[in-house]
Design a protein around this ligand. Structure first.
Ligand code: BF8
Length: 664
């Protein structure tokens, strides 16, 4: 059984750099998540945190104790059944969140193809690639006509009931596809898998934990290879595929002399429209009239990641900083849509001039101003929202901007960019990455993804990332984890010289890239699936994702989305390590999650409590894969005879030797 998770001490809480701004006199007046933790204490319900509290019917709640006959559910449900149902429901909720987000993006994509938004189809090459995948003709057709057909086909995948499995599954390595087919876990339609998971975990339906988890995998795959991937790709086509760019993050990006508008949530349609409207002449004139130099748009959470990656718009804060951003008193409006927006933000600004502006009918909040964002009239909606913010500028009262909290980052590492960066302009491919893994300069790749958590120390991501890169593991990061790593300087190219092991440093310095790459928001974890697939296709590292020296973690997960992501990675063959999974109260189920899944998908979950232990477990997993691939073996010195020398001179080379090996 795993040790209980490590909780940050109150010393760490006050000393950590991201919490420092709360020591300001002004900030001390507001109640934050830290205040509530202090008042409520850190402890959690034992049964809930171990996965064995069942609230699925009104005979309970039933608190189950594994192996105690009198402590099964009133219906007779055992600890394994209850923990599996709870786990599957977490996956379904996470998938539903990504899915509803993705559906809105597809609807916005269709509206754009019809010319009903101020946006346009930007990445035509990716449009054609996606059209080809869906079997849509492109020859001689207008980009908007192709986009409209693609959008409608994509939208149909959400409500699809039977027919063929989701189209995007075809992008996975053949071996993965076969595993899914053999196990009967190919998702049929995105919505169907969420609904079926909720049905099967209802009282009195699926009572067998292996079978429940099969549906959880199917549901999670509908997220990763279905809705999240559709969202990422269509958003790229519409707003541009990210390319590397320099930007700044943290609270210090707020401006003294400008109208500060932070945009918080997840759906980039709103944020992109605000970016366009922030340059509107009429609005800029209005801003000047109230005494501001202009409009300073800054992101929070995953919306922040989206506009950071595509436009280089600064990020003011991550999940854990959302209250701090407002506690500064320097923000005229925080514009929010869906997911990870804490209800407390409206209370933090109660005595301030700041307005929280909700924009989505699905996500209202007491004490907020609601301005509905209309994607068919998005420019006008964005102008209305920004006008409201500008009018608040004159009311700005006592405030502070922690100017020293502003860090440089290089972002924009889409899977296409990784291709380009490592392969060079004339040889775009994953070959150099694979070669560097085979020759051991890069030991493997590790994803650090997911949330931040108020009950954990702020430097968990940092400790893990530094240990990984010190051991020559390339790190790819998404979500709030990416922002946490940016804040500690790991997303600058110079970080390779400062923190990476010798051989990773050499690779990063040659290419000019940081040792920790920002790959995007949480839905952009689908980019990681594609990157892993490209590595398989490139050759030399096995036949499926499970053979790659690759591993992931969401060390301080908070949201259900992180568990959905973890499950789709596991079901795709990638080992993941989390803290604190709600499985410990059910022995057989927990063994299945931590070991048994590996027999089915080639990967399973792992748990560790201390950040260094997580990093070490990740490195061990990578080394185990390297051993299995046989790439750790020292190459024997080849004593060349004249015939071999002549062969090399004739340009044939010797296959499989270090960088020169493999296909080019
Ligand atoms: O989707 S990483 S705290 S903001 S859930 Fe939320 Fe977690 Fe941040 Fe983005 Ni993802």
């Amino acid at each position: 059984m795993a040790k209980p998770s490590r909780i940050a001490s109150s010393n760490e809480i006050t000393a950590s750099s991201t919490r420092e701004p709360l020591n300001q006199d002004l900030a001390k007046k507001v109640r934050t998540a830290y205040t509530r933790i202090e008042e409520r204490g850190m402890s959690a319900c034992l049964f809930g945190s171990q996965g064995t509290c069942c609230k699925n019917c009104n005979m309970g709640p039933c608190q189950i104790i594994d192996g105690v006959e009198s402590m099964v559910g009133i219906c007779g449900a055992t600890a394994d059944t209850v923990a599996a149902r709870n786990f599957a429901r977490i996956v379904a909720a996470g998938t539903a969140a990504h899915t509803d987000h993705a559906r809105e993006m597809v609807r916005g994509f269709i509206a754009t193809a019809k010319g009903e938004t101020p946006h346009e189809i930007k990445d035509v090459a990716k449009l054609h690639k996606m059209a080809q995948l869906f079997g849509i003709a492109t020859e001689g057709r207008d980009k908007n006509a192709i986009a409209l057909e693609l959008g409608e086909r994509a939208l149909a995948e959400f409500g699809q009931q039977e027919s063929t499995p989701l189209t995007m599954l075809k992008r996975a390595p053949q071996k993965q596809q076969k595993i899914w087919k053999d196990k009967g876990v190919e998702p049929r339609g995105v919505d169907r898998e969420v609904v079926e998971t909720l049905h099967r975990t209802h009282m009195g339906v699926d009572q067998e934990y292996h079978n429940i988890m099969r549906q959880a995998s199917r549901c999670a795959l509908a997220d990763g290879w279905g809705s999240s991937m559709l969202s990422t790709e269509l958003t790229d086509i519409m707003f541009g595929t990210p390319v590397p760019r320099r930007a700044t993050i943290d609270l210090g990006v707020l401006r003294e002399d400008m109208v500060n508008v932070t945009v918080h949530g997840h759906e980039p349609l709103l944020a992109e429209s605000l970016c366009l409207a922030a340059e509107d002449e009429e609005l800029l004139a209005l801003a000047k009239k109230v005494g501001a130099k202009g409009i300073n748009l800054a992101g929070v959470c995953c919306t922040g990641n989206e506009i950071l990656m595509r436009r280089g718009i600064p990020v003011a804060g991550s999940f854990i900083q959302q209250e701090m951003v407002l506690a500064t008193g320097a923000v005229e409006a925080m514009v929010v849509d869906v997911q990870c927006v804490m209800q407390s933000v409206a209370q933090v600004v109660k005595e301030k001039h700041t307005d929280i502006i909700t924009t989505n009918y699905r996500a209202m909040m007491p004490d907020a101003v609601h301005i509905q964002f209309d994607e068919h009239n998005s420019y006008a909606s964005a102008k209305q929202i920004l006008t409201h913010a500008i009018n608040n500028f004159k009311k700005r009262g006592p405030h502070y901007i922690p100017k020293d909290k502003k860090f440089d980052v290089v972002v924009g590492f889409s899977h296409e960019t990784i291709n380009y960066m490592l392969g060079g302009r004339f040889r775009q491919s994953y070959r150099p990455l694979n070669d560097n893994i085979i020759n051991g300069r890069i030991r493997g790749v590790a994803a650090i993804v997911g949330c931040e958590h108020y009950k954990h120390a702020d430097n968990v991501h940092e400790i893990i990332a530094k240990e990984l890169i010190k051991n020559n593991v390339l790190v790819l990061a998404t979500g709030c984890a990416a922002q946490a790593l940016g804040r500690v300087g790991l997303m600058r190219p110079e970080a390779a010289t400062e923190f990476a092991g010798e051989s990773l440093r050499e690779v990063c310095e040659t290419v000019g890239m940081p040792p920790v790459l920002h790959v995007g928001s949480c839905v952009d974890n689908s980019r990681l699936l594609i990157a892993l697939t490209e590595m398989v296709h490139e050759g030399g590292l096995g036949n499926d994702i499970a053979e790659l020296p690759a591993v992931g973690t969401a060390p301080v997960w908070m949201s259900e989305k992180a568990v959905a992501i973890g499950q789709y990675f596991v079901a795709s063959g990638a080992h993941v390590i989390f803290q604190n999974l709600p499985i410990n109260g059910a022995k057989k189920f927990s063994d299945y999650i931590l070991k048994g899944l590996k027999e089915e998908y080639g990967a399973c979950w792992g748990v560790a409590s201390e950040p260094l232990d997580i990093a070490k477990a990740m490195i061990a997993a990578i080394e185990e894969k390297r051993e299995a691939l046989g790439i750790n073996k020292k190459k024997e010195r080849v004593l060349m005879d004249m015939a071999m020398r002549r062969e090399i001179e004739a340009g044939k080379g010797i296959g499989g030797m270090g960088c020169g090996g493999g296909k080019h």
